[in-house]
Structure formats: C-alpha cells, structure tokens
Design a protein around this ligand. Structure first.
Ligand code: TPP
Ligand code: MG
Length: 760
C-alpha cells in the first residue's frame, strides 16, 4: 500500500498561505501518482484487501471529505472579501465522516468545530438535504442559515439531530453524557422518546480539550454510571491532531490517559485512512450501541491549514514540521486509496475535486446574496420566547386531581385543606403537585432523595414517585446541570437542585454558556427547558459562613434569556413554581428558582408565635404571572420600599417602625421576579411614591438594586428622595459578623430617617 509522499515545497511557495499549498499539494499528488492500480472494485466489494469499507461507502466518504475540505478552502478565500465570517476548519479531520456514516441521523450529535466531514456525511442520511448550501449559509452568517439563523457558524441541524454547540471547548460533554442517560431513563419511566430507544449520543472534541475539567467531569460521570452497571450510551470521539492552537499534546498522552480507564471503554482508529480506520470506528460504534456503555473512540487526525485562518503557522512553527504535517493530509491518503483500488482514475479524482470546489464557491456566493440579521429584534427573536396566554393556561391547568388524591392520600390531606405552613413545606407540596401534573418531571441533585435535601424540601418525593424520577447524583454541579440539559433534550422536564448558590457559580457555564444559549444559537429549533432550584442567600444566624450564605445574584442577572424568581413566602413559591414549569413546558425556557434558605422555616413575622409568615397552600389552578410583584400596603405613598427575598419580611418589620417614627404610610413591594426585572411595574409603583427605598440583600455592585434604581430613573422618577440599603461588596464571614455585610431591619429604618431629611 503506497503512502503519501511528502511534497517538496517549491521556494516560491514558502511563506505563502498554507491553505493554497495544501490545495496545490492535492492536485500535484494526483498528477504525480504512479503506483499500482487494482482492478476496479464493484460497489459492495472491499475498497482494499482486508478493509471493512466497501467501494460505495468509500466513494461517498471521499466525497464528504472533499466537501468539507472545499468549504474550508472557500472560507479562507472569501473571508478576506467579507463574505465569510469564520475560518476554523476541519482540514485534516475529515476522517470523522466515518463516525457519521456508522451512526444514525437520530443519534444526537454534539460536535467539535472540526466536524465538517461528519456533517457532510450525515447529510446523506436524509433525502433532499444539501450539506454544501446549508454550511455555506452558516459560514456567511446568513439569516437563512438553517442551523442558527445567522447567529454563529455552527454545526447544527434539527432534522439531523445535530444540536448546535458553542465555541467553549469541552462544555458540551456533560450534556452529551446527560442525553445518553436520558435516552435510557426516559424509556424506563415510560416517556415517549423523540428518537429510537437504542440511540446513542455522540460527542466529538479535540485532544487538548480532553484535559479540560468540564470534559473530565463528563468522563468521570459516565464511568461512575457504568461502574454501577447503569447504562450511559455515549460515544466520546477524541479527534487527536496532537495540538491545541499552538500547544502540543505530549506524544501518547491521550492513549495513556484513556486506554486504561475503568468503565470508559477505549477504542482507537486511524482517522487519516478510511480503509484502515473504518473497521475500528465500526467496532467502537457497535460496542457503544450494544453494551450501552460509555465508549471512548480515539481518532487519529492531523491539523492542516493552521488552527484558523488567522493562525499563520509559518511564523511560529518550523517549515519542516509544517511540511510533514501537510504530508499527512488524509485527503492524500484517500486519493491513494481511490487510485490504487482502481475505483477512480486520476482525471476522475481531479474532476471531482474541482467540481466540489466550484459547488462550494457557488453556494457561498449565493449565501452572500441572502439577507443577514439586520435588526436587534431579529437577533433576539429566539432568545427568550414568551407566550403569556399559553403559559398562564398551562400554569393554571389543574386536570390531575385523581393523581394528587392518590399521592396526598385523600381530600382531607390535600395541602390546600391544611393549616397555613412555612416556605419549605409549601415548596415540597408544590413539587409533589408538579410531579402529579407532569409524569416527565425528574428531580435530582446532591442528597435530594432519601434525605430529602439538606433542608428537607424534597422529603418524601422519592418515596412517592420512585427512584427513577427522584434521585441523587454524584457530587458535581457541572454534571447535574449537564444531566438537566440531556433530559430536556429528550423531552423530559428536569428540576435539578443546586445545594447552595455558591456552588451554582462553580458550574455556572452550563447555564450561562450552554443551556441558556441553545434556543438562541439554534434559532429556536432546539430548547432545553428546566427549572433549577437553588438554595440561596444569607441570614442564617451566622451559621455556615460565605458558602452557605452566598448572596451573589449578579452572576445570574446578566444571563440572556434566563428567568429568575425568588419567592419570600410559601404560597408565592408554589404559584411561582407552577409558572416556571409552564414557562419551561410552553416556551422552552431555562428558569432558576432562588429559595431563600433563611426563610425555609420562618413562621413568624413581627413577634415570636405570631405565625405571620405562614401561608395557606394555593390550590392548583392558581399561578403567578411572570413579572408580577406582590404589594403590601397598596395605596401607601409616603415611602415605597422595593425589595425581594429576605428583604420582604425585614422591610415589613421596618415599615412598622417607620410608620411610628415618621407617621408615614409605607408600601412594601416584593418584586418576586429578579430576571427579567419588570421595569414597567417598578415604574408604575414609583409613579405614586413620595420617597423610595431599595432593599437589596445582594451585593452593592451590579446587584438587583442597580436594576431597580435604573428603572426608577428611566421612568422619570429619579428626582424623588431615593436610597439603597444593600449588601457590601464582600464575602460573608462566619458568626455574628455576617450581619455586618448584609442589610438589617435597623439599617432600613435608619435609611428612612435619612430620607426624611430630604425634601420630597
Ligand atoms: C474553555 C475554552 N478555553 C479556551 C478556548 C480557546 N480555544 C479554542 S480552540 C482551543 C484549542 C483546542 O484544541 P483541541 O481540543 O486539541 O482541538 P483542535 O482545535 O486541535 O481540534 C482553545 C484553547 C475555548 N474555546 N474554550
Ligand atoms: Mg487538537
């Protein structure tokens, strides 16, 4: 079998664009070929002796490789004409087309940015699709791009089950793992999956990316699952080109790191040689599908034409090394196979090469003539869909009486027939109701099952609904949120729990970069609805220190499209939960519920034993509209306090003192919804105010309070006497010192005193 021979680089070409050199190398290699030629194989004959690949398969894979290559070459040329806006290519990785050929278009795929070959090949799985045009539209950021509608150059396709990925390397591995788990678990709870039950999840990434914490956490979670003999049919495809931008992966490291991992089954395949690699890829895919075990496919690739069009390797890499890399071009090997097997003549190869080039350029020019996103409304359209009437109808739908009677144990035991209770109990009852209403609901996290959570909020749920719907995960927030995305991808309704707000920050990218961006980058075609419950905020009498009293809401505030609610009392939590679930179901929204830990058990408001913070359970049929606040002291205008969470009972207590001292009528406005802030409601409440106080237990900088004040000022009420009582920009210390950094009842009263000396 002849190997591609490194081409001598003529002096005139040194320092030139390496893409051009690779392009020229191809034609020169074909013209210079004078190796042995077999008799032409028939379509179903092995392409070369001993290969698992037949001639028809090779021919199609080769065409997919050429499409991928010419899209790259086209991008390099048209980038400088501002017709293309992305030049990270797949050159050297085209062998990943084998993975596409050997899997199904219904196997959800989460792809590396060098998966052009995979995409071109997957497009064959459905009739009437055009990989060249669709890709060209994405390269051109055209509004007609079927993957993202012009929002990013992504590999994505709704009909082909390719979920668009972000550019954050490794961030897609946890959700690929989650999707694999969801395929199995969905079936087990009787959920109708959108894909066949024996599907696998495919996830490709680079060698450097395999070191990333987010990747490692997915490998670990997959192995942790398989170790317990639970299924996790995920095919991890490591496309090893030996380098990450300019940093070389130590020789042999990927094999060393993964070949012996328990419960992550390792396969290696040569992605540079279709004839040699095909059988190994096939074994890996079949193993994953049959055993339902996490499988690691180590695919040998190379990277030619640099990391991206902007990477002038010639400036930082020895020329000899570059030439050696270019000589390992898998397309040269494919040409050798095509010629040696007798499948194609030199002229046929060159004609196909040039025809593919022409096709890619024609598509790119066509794409360039299509419209691009040209208004902010267009850009944002898929980001945060909201259909109020449908959400309200869903949130108030109460057609699950029979199930709840069964779960709660009869009419008399229904929560709405019980005396008023505190927040933790009412959240617990509301969760029971959600489980009755939605058989596709899952609740999971650390310690949520038998123990019922650190604060017993999920107590009894596992007993009532079984371990397949309520379960403990391994201790890893990134995996918890990755699982949530996976379940959502399979049409389930995940309610992941993050044990403390501080530990949300630990895994924030799974929401910030991934879940919340999916509708945007898929132009609304894919969604991963979920309601993340997070035990949050301070005021725990000095216990627990910073990490159990974290008050940083800011990290959630600027996540586009996210909905954040923060109830301060039990009835509000129940009606809010219903709306959050409806937002997830109807509009596919990613939602967070911040549960104020310090109020979980709060029973009293003004004095011990007054029961002022207990509430009755709202029967199903009641729900809270997104953005709707709660007003205490309607019509009171002397002072309006805007607040939320722990600030609500504090402000209500302070209001009494202020009324006594100043004789003012005080209105306390619980915003309840923190993201998005309801500016119109804030402005409407501010309109009749004589003075305004903002009580924000979050941090001073970039906190909710800043948003409230901005709304007030933009509403034209900035001239009113106005002050903030707000947390300090610090971490929270242990013990009594904790109270020094967050607002207190006394500070609210003192702030009112300061307002009193300002003229209204
Ligand atoms: C979390 C994150 N950090 C850094 C980057 C910038 N970056 C983009 S690609 C890349 C190298 C990736 O190398 P590898 O995983 O080997 O993939 P390859 O490009 O070689 O195919 C880096 C550092 C990123 N996209 N995401
Ligand atoms: Mg690499």
């Amino acid at each position: 079998m002849s190997q591609p021979v490194p081409q001598p680089i003529p002096a005139r070409m040194r320092g030139l664009n390496r893409a051009e050199i690779c392009d020229v190398n191809f034609s020169e290699f074909v013209r210079g070929w004078n190796g042995h030629v077999d008799a032409r194989p028939s379509a179903d004959e092995a392409i070369l002796d001993g290969s698992a690949l037949d001639a028809r398969g090779f021919r199609e894979l080769f065409e997919s490789q050429l499409i991928s290559r010419h899209l790259d070459l086209m991008a390099r040329v048209l980038r400088v004409q501002d017709k293309v806006f992305y030049t990270i290519g797949s050159s050297g990785h085209e062998g990943n087309a084998m993975v596409a050929r050997l899997t199904r278009h219904t196997d959800p795929a989460f792809l590396h940015y060098r998966s052009g070959g995979f995409m071109a090949e997957r497009f064959r799985k459905l009739p009437g699709m055009d990989p060249v045009m669709d890709s060209a539209l994405s390269f051109a950021a055209s509004k007609d791009d079927p993957a993202s509608g012009g929002r990013h150059k992504v590999w994505g396709s709704k009909p082909l089950w390719v979920l668009p990925q972000t550019s954050t390397i490794a961030s897609h591995l946890p959700k690929a793992f989650g999707t694999a788990v969801a395929i199995e678990q969905g079936r087990r709870i009787g959920h109708a999956l959108p894909i066949p039950a024996d599907s696998i999840a495919i996830c490709s990434f680079g060698d450097a990316s395999s070191n990333h914490a987010t990747a490692q956490t997915a490998f670990n979670a997959a192995a942790w699952t398989a170790y317990q003999k639970l299924p996790a049919p995920v095919l991890f495809v490591c496309e090893d080109n030996g380098i990450g931008i300019s940093v070389k992966t130590p020789d042999g490291w990927v094999a060393r790191n993964f070949a012996q991992r328990p419960d992550l089954d390792y396969f290696a395949a040569d992605g540079l040689d279709l004839a040699a690699g095909y059988g190994d890829v096939q074994r890996a895919v079949e193993h994953c599908r049959r055993t339902r075990r996490p499988t690691f496919l180590h695919l040998r690739t190379t990277r030619i034409m640099g990391h991206a069009g902007t990477d002038f390797e010639i400036e930082w890499r020895p020329l000899e090394e570059l030439c050696a890399v270019e000589a390992s071009d898998p397309l040269l090997r494919s040409v050798a196979i095509a010629l040696e097997s007798g499948l194609m003549s030199k002229d046929e190869v060159l004609a196909l090469y040039e025809a593919t080039r022409a096709r890619c350029f024609a598509a790119a020019e066509d794409a360039d003539r299509r419209p691009r996103l040209d208004s902010l409304a267009d850009v944002m359209a898929p980001l945060a869909p909201y259909t109020p009437a449908a959400v309200q109808a869903e949130a108030t739908r109460a057609d699950f009486d029979a199930r709840r009677l069964e779960v709660f144990g009869g009419e008399a035991k229904l929560p709405e027939n019980q005396p008023p209770r505190h927040l933790a109990i009412q959240i617990n009852q509301a969760l029971h109701d959600l489980f009755c209403k939605y058989p596709e609901t899952l609740l999971f996290g650390e310690d949520v099952a038998q123990k019922g959570g650190v604060y017993t909020v999920t107590k009894g749920l596992q007993k009532a609904f079984g371990p397949r719907r309520v379960f403990n995960t391994l201790l890893d927030e990134t995996v918890i949120l990755g699982l949530a995305q996976g379940y959502a991808n399979m049409g389930l309704l995940p309610l992941p729990e993050i044990q403390y707000l501080a530990y949300f920050h630990n895994a924030c990218d799974q929401i910030r970069g991934e879940a919340a961006s999916l509708q945007f980058f898929s132009n609304g075609q894919y969604r991963n609805p979920m309601v993340v419950r997070i035990a949050s905020l301070g005021y725990q009498r000095g216990f627990g220190g910073h990490f159990h009293n974290d008050n940083s809401i800011t990290a959630l505030r600027d996540i586009p499209g996210l909905v954040v609610g923060c109830p301060s009392r039990g009835d509000d939590a129940a009606t809010m939960l219903r709306t959050l679930a409806a937002l997830a179901k109807v509009d596919g929204r990613v939602c967070a519920l911040l549960e104020p830990i310090a109020l979980y058990m709060a029973k009293d408001l003004h004095a011990p034993g007054d029961g002022g913070w207990l509430t009755s359970y709202p029967a199903p049929g009641e729900a809270m509209t997104l953005g709707e606040g709660r007003v205490y002291g309607e019509g009171h205008d002397d002072l309006v306090i805007f607040t939320f969470g722990n600030g609500v009972p504090m402000s209500l207590r302070a209001a009494r003192a202020i009324e006594q001292t100043h004789g003012w009528k005080v209105r306390v406005v619980d915003l309840r919804w923190l993201v998005p802030l309801n500016d119109a409601f804030i402005q409407q409440q501010a309109a009749s105010a004589k003075r305004i106080l903002v009580v924000d237990e979050g941090r001073r900088s970039a906190g909710v309070g800043e948003g409230i004040i901005t709304a007030v000022v933009e509403g034209g009420h900035g001239a009113l006497p106005l002050l903030r009582v707000v947390g300090a920009d610090t971490f929270t210390p242990l013990a009594g010192a904790a109270f020094l950094v967050i607002p207190s009842d006394a500070e609210i009263v003192a702030a009112a005193d300061r307002l009193a000396v300002r003229a209204p």
